[in-house]
Design a protein around this ligand. Structure first.
Ligand SMILES: [Fe+2]
Length: 389
């Protein structure tokens, strides 16, 4: 079979910047039109108006915002956690965990990523005991048995890599120790706390396979390992241990912040970072249509003052098919040059296949979100600041 290449070759038409995200033509707004999630062919277009300057919207495709804080109720089992967004390759649920799980959970449908939004506690699993706290990503390999004991009320995002594995991204020319060193991944230990929970006590294991739950009962606690050897385990990294890539002269695309890769999706982490200092460099997320991916952003903690009406615990969902970009308040902040750094933690889930909105998310939607860019109608061109003039 012959080698393939994109139907693509670089051309310049009209007035355009030679360097993406910097030194725009005066009075213009830059929009990136890109394939393959910021890796593929892309064009940067320079517009007279903000691409988010719509005045009305009809039909099912629109930017969405869901306030997960309004999803109430502790669910004893993670398999009962309200499903929010899903497709055939990934499922995102929001779980308020019980103080102490009375059974073991086992997901036979795929690797499980637990992102601890609030709370702290102890995880017990096949591989041992692992403490956790807010901001932790916990990677649970498919079919691992586990349960939580919570020292403070826990809410968590549950992201299932349906039918596949969670992997680390290729870090390319920055090398394996950048962003976070693999040595920062913490593993469970067969410690005193693990041994203390063992015993001849009846234990149920709730196994999820093809979405259905089967329950296996043991007359003992099956988390009874005395040792193990291998390279498969639960592991943990906290968002505060992630050291984001940045450039003082170039606004890096979201893909620079990729933390995990699953089948048909990526998970990225946005951490506090200094803003670009080069006078010609863009200092905000650029307007873009990420033409092959749906984009989900979960706001974990920090100061979201650059985003209008967004608080911790909220999710924005920008399906593939339209252009999105900074809110008017962010643009005003740029003009006033008040900010030197971002101070927020957010998790992004980008999916190759279209996501469905589940009932739990639909019930907590802020339907006015689509209109939150309205002030753009009278906004001054971003290039006035981005070009430093
Ligand atoms: Fe985006």
């Amino acid at each position: 079979m012959a080698n393939r290449r994109y139907v693509s070759y670089p051309r310049v038409e009209g007035s355009a910047s030679r360097q993406a995200h910097a030194d725009f033509p005066p009075g213009t707004y830059e929009r990136e039109l890109g394939k393959e999630g910021f890796f593929g062919p892309a064009t940067h277009m320079y517009h007279r108006h903000p691409p988010t300057g719509w005045t009305d919207w009809s039909g099912p495709l629109r930017p969405r915002c869901f306030d997960l804080n309004r999803i109430e109720g502790v669910r004893p089992s993670p398999w009962d956690a309200p499903l929010c967004l899903h497709n055939a390759q990934v499922r995102l649920a929001f779980w308020r965990a019980p103080t102490r799980m009375d059974h073991l959970a086992r997901n036979a449908d795929g690797d499980q990523l637990i992102f601890v939004h609030e709370g702290a506690g102890d995880l017990f699993c096949d591989y041992g005991h692992l403490e956790f706290r807010a901001g932790d990503y916990i990677v649970v390999p498919r079919s691992t048995m586990w349960r939580l004991e919570c020292a403070a009320p826990v809410s968590a995002l549950l992201i299932e890599a349906t039918g596949g594995s969670l992997m680390l991204p290729d870090k390319g020319i920055v090398g394996q120790h950048a962003i976070f060193d693999p040595a920062m991944l913490d593993m469970p230990r067969l410690d005193d706390a693990f041994r203390a929970q063992q015993g001849e006590v009846e234990t149920k294991v709730e196994i999820k396979r093809r979405g259905a739950i089967s329950t296996v009962t043991y007359p003992f606690n099956p988390l009874d390992a005395v040792g193990w050897s291998g390279d498969l385990s639960v592991c943990r990294i906290n968002v505060r241990d992630i050291r984001p890539l940045m450039s003082h002269r170039y606004h890096l695309p979201p893909s620079a912040h990729t933390t995990f890769v699953g089948p048909g999706f990526v998970v990225c982490t946005f951490c506090p970072r200094p803003l670009e200092t080069d006078p010609g460099a863009l200092k905000l997320p650029f307007f873009h249509n990420n033409d092959d991916f749906d984009e989900v952003l979960f706001y974990h903690s920090g100061d979201f003052s650059s985003r209008d009406n967004i608080e911790a615990g909220m999710v924005t969902f920008h399906p593939c098919g339209f252009t999105h970009g900074p809110h008017p308040k962010a643009l005003r902040g740029m003009f006033e040059a008040k900010r030197e750094a971002t101070d927020e933690y957010a998790l992004m889930l980008d999916t190759r296949e279209a996501l469905e909105i589940a009932e739990a998310a639909g019930a907590v939607e802020n339907e006015a979100y689509v209109h939150s860019w309205r002030a753009h109608a009278g906004a001054a061109p971003i290039a006035k600041v981005a070009a430093g003039d």
